[in-house]
Write a protein that binds this ligand. Structure first.
Ligand code: FE
Length: 352
């Protein structure tokens, strides 16, 4: 067999073993295994999981899915779900899972002390349903050669006729956008939100496609003039030494929208213990680890997110360069409750 043939076989065996471990709950308790369902899609998280295993001896079986896929899988699996810990990257999805009873309350002195109450799920006295672990702002980037900063200083301006043919975003229904629009619903009301999103749709340079980084690159290439992105994608480019990324960053300007009024929209990535977790003790231990200085440092310095734990020191030039800003304070439950109304508006105005 050729070398690459062996590599393929080894890879296939590894995948089969991982699948087996997930399917045999009885073996997990003895083996100290934690089944993690994660919607985090960030390379730097690998080190986090390895450090946890090194420190505790608890092996992590990871299932990677996006938020929607992950929640659907939990619903389908029901009581036989092997999931112990759930990581999601959107506040409204955390809220949805809480409402749908997919989590179980966690009482932990460490988590209650370290994670601010505003970044925790509902607590009926049994403990919080979920814990925010990091935050990210949704900002506007623009082509400094074509767009004036004053024309993009608020989210509302994305719909201004002055920006006709300039705006690019990923899909309107992506959780990052749905949550931003659901927060805007609080400021603009139902009719105002519809008018605004219709205007944004009219201003598009192209039909929505790709992820946030694709939008930033498209602004730098001149295909788009204005885009919306989570801060960590931008910070990743700011810290890159690749010449292509350097020229992207030189060309784009950044605005934290609505600093003069309600503040910039901030989203939350967080974790919870699954309703039917078999390894509850290990699951809580893992969440506590994610709130530790070491893990919070990874979120901040590895993946360019703001740590949920206030005392954690940043040593991230990109986050520091973005500076302090006024963040929006719409309650997460409200953002969650507005999502279906916003999706109906998106369908009506043709914002795919
Ligand atoms: Fe992301």
């Amino acid at each position: 067999m050729t070398f690459s043939g062996w590599k393929r076989r080894l890879a296939a065996t590894g995948a089969a073993l991982t699948a087996l471990a997930v399917l045999v709950p009885g073996a997990q308790a003895q083996d100290k295994v934690l089944n993690l369902y994660s919607a985090r899609h960030y390379q730097t998280d690998e080190a986090l999981y390895q450090n946890f295993t090194r420190a505790t001896g608890i092996r992590i079986n990871r299932v990677d899915l996006d938020d929607a896929g992950l929640l659907a899988r939990l619903q389908t699996e029901g009581r036989s779900s092997p999931a112990d810990v759930i990581l999601l990257v959107d506040a409204a999805r955390l809220w949805r899972a809480e409402v749908d009873g997919l989590f179980q309350p966690v009482k932990s002195k460490i988590l209650d002390e370290r994670i601010p109450a505003a970044l925790r799920g509902k607590d009926d006295g049994q403990g919080s349903q979920w814990f925010g672990l990091s935050t990210r702002a949704r900002v506007i980037v623009y082509d400094k050669q074509r767009v004036a900063k004053k024309d993009v200083e608020t989210y509302e301006k994305l719909a201004d006729p002055v920006n006709k043919g300039l705006v690019c975003t990923r899909s309107g229904s992506h959780p990052y956008n749905l949550s931003l629009f659901s927060a805007m619903f609080v400021h603009l009301g139902a009719a105002g939100t519809e008018t605004w999103l219709k205007g944004v749709t009219h201003n598009m340079a192209r039909a929505p496609k790709g992820g946030d980084t694709d939008q930033i690159r498209a602004v730098a290439s001149g295909e788009c003039g204005i885009a919306v992105t989570n801060t960590y994608y931008l910070a990743r480019l700011m810290r890159s030494s690749a010449p292509a990324d350097r020229s992207v960053i030189e060309r784009v300007g950044v605005v934290f929208p609505n600093q003069a009024d309600h503040g910039t929209h901030v989203n939350i990535a967080g974790g919870a213990v699954a309703r039917n977790a078999k390894n509850v003790e290990s699951a809580v231990r893992f969440l506590e680890y994610l709130a530790s200085d070491e893990a919070q440092g990874y979120f901040a310095n590895g993946n360019n997110e703001w740590p949920a734990v206030r005392s954690v020191k940043l040593s991230n030039p990109a986050l520091e360069a973005m500076g302090p800003f006024k963040a929006e304070t719409v309650p997460i439950a409200v953002i969650g409750q507005n999502q279906s109304k916003v999706q109906e508006i998106l369908d009506r105005v043709g914002y795919r």
